[in-house]
Every structure is written in structure tokens, then in C-alpha cells.
Design a protein around this ligand. Sequence first.
Ligand code: TXA
Ligand code: MG
Length: 323
Amino acid sequence: MTTRLTDDVEEAAAALRAGLLVAFPTETVYGLGADAANPAAVARIYRAKGRPAGHPLIVHVADRDRAGAWMAVDPATEARVDRLARRFWPGPLTIVVPRSPLAAAETVGGRDTIGLRVPAHPVALDLLRAFGGGVAAPSANRFGRVSPTTAAHVLTDLDGLVDVVIDGGPSQVGVESTIVELVGPTAVLLRPGGVAREALEDALGQPVVDGRGGESRASGMLASHYAPVASVELIDADADALARALDRWPAADRVGVIAPRRVDHQPSWVLPADADGYARHLYAALRAADDAGVTHLLVVPPVSGPLLDAVLDRLTKAAAPRS
Ligand code: TXA
Ligand code: MG
């Protein structure tokens, strides 16, 4: 198969209608999209990604009204969805709720719930409006790898495996959406992301329980995920910790550093000190380190900022033991 690059959303929407795969930009990361109501199209996502079946996909829609058709919720839950949607949609928030029969079983990994999101990227919204339906889309990377934040990253992983790629420039948030589950009476955070937990609690007027570390309900919750090829080691923020870590590595190893400040080592990638800027450039840095042939990465996290929780979550997973 040859992959076509386009900036024509009508052409991309027609491809979705034909059951083809379309990679498209969102404000978090690029998505690998298919018609969420078409089981054969959704099956092609799993094949292209090498993703195990049973990992549910997020369904993207153009607005809150269109999300309604995919949900089957009581009035109290509906009101909570409305509170979140008014404040955070379009935006980096995925809401998991009980589902209607509209989604193909393949889309939701056989579950009776569905994750819904209205992305805040003009190209994504144009595509969703042109298509009209729901677009099932995981991040457009091979399973277990770092999510793509540019069209070039998508092609590195999926050239020849995806039919159409829309280039919408670099993603502005840089890490995946926050996932909150509104299934029982409590709200549960399944994945930290572009919307902070405190902001969810403020909008809902109820506590949001941390659901990580429970059973592996989201693939992003697996211990090792979001990882580059290089092994990853997290380093404390103080300057001595990095120096000590570098001392431990023999010159024969190709050791790289990612840090929120300039460091006296090559190769190194300097990211912004605030977590939001750091998040925007993190995945590109992880990919660049792999491209540079780095085999071990020392990563100094950012210190503060609304996305700190999300960045630490991804770095911890990148540094987790691999199976
Ligand atoms: O920012 C994002 O969320 C990006 C962009 C493309 O929207 N998408 C993304 O998709 O990160 P993916 O498939 O890489 O991660 C989706 C996560 C998975 O961990 C999946 O298990 C979880 O969402 N998820 C989806 N539907 C769910 C459901 N019904 N219940 C629990 N978890 C769900
Ligand atoms: Mg992913």
C-alpha cells in the first residue's frame, strides 16, 4: 500500500467513509483514525499498530451534541458530562461513559463503555465535521512506542500501513489526553494528561479518584509504555545527580541526556523548564535520541507546571522495566 499525504479534509473524509485509515493531527498527539461504526475499518487500526485486540479506542467527534449518540447514560451522568464538556471540549480530555450500540464492538474492545473526545485542533475538527460520524483513533504509532507529534513521526512508524496522512504541524500539547471515567458514582482518573485532575474536580464539584495502579483498564496504564528504543533512567533534578549518573556509564555506551536545562554532555536535548513546554517537545526528543543511536537515556524531569503529573507519568512508564 502507498501512503498519501494530503491537506484536503474532504478527500480524507471520503477515505474514512470507504473504510480506509487516516492519520490526522490533534492538539495532543497524531491519531490513526477509522470509521468507529465500521468493524472492518477498525480491525485495520489494530493490524497497522500491532495493537492487541481488546484495547479499547477513543472515539473522536466534532462536538458535544454528536457525542450524545454514542453514550447511554442516566440524567445525572449526562449532567456531569455536560459540565466537563462545557469547560474542556474541544480539548485534551477523554470521557469514558456507558455506551450506546452505535460503536462497533471492535472499537471498544468488547466493553460496555466508550471513551469520547472532541479534539481542539482546527484540522481535526474540520475532518470530523466533513465526515459527520465518530472517528476511532489511537495514537498513530506502533504499539508500545512513543506517540507521534508530527506527520513525519507518523510516517516513520506507519508509512505503507496507513492510507492517508494529514499534516497539521506539530501538536501543541504533546502528551495524550487526560482520561476520566464516569461510570459509577465516583469519577476516576485513568490517565493524567492535558487537563489536570484539580481542574476536573473543580468543574465536576466532586473528587476525582486516582484509578492508576488498579487493574490495567487503559493500555496507557501498562507499566512499560510510551518508551523509546533506548533504555530510560530518571534522574533527580539536582545537578550532582546527573554528574554521578554520567560517571557510572562507560564511554563505550552511547549515553544521551534530556534535561530542562543546558548540560555539559553530548548528545543532549534541552527542553523548556516548565512542564507544559517540556511536554510539547518530549516525544520528539525521545525519537531524536533513538535516531542518534543513543542506547541509554538519562532524563531529568521538569519541576513544575500544570502538565507535571502527565509528564512524570509518561517518563515513569518509559523508564519501567521492559518485558
Ligand atoms: O490524546 C489522545 O487521547 C490521543 C489522541 C489521538 O486523541 N489518543 C490516544 O489513544 O492516546 P490511545 O489508544 O493511544 O490511548 C487511548 C487510551 C488507551 O489507554 C485505552 O485503553 C483507553 O484510552 N480507553 C479507551 N476507551 C476506553 C474505555 N472504554 N475504558 C477504559 N479505557 C479506555
Ligand atoms: Mg497510544
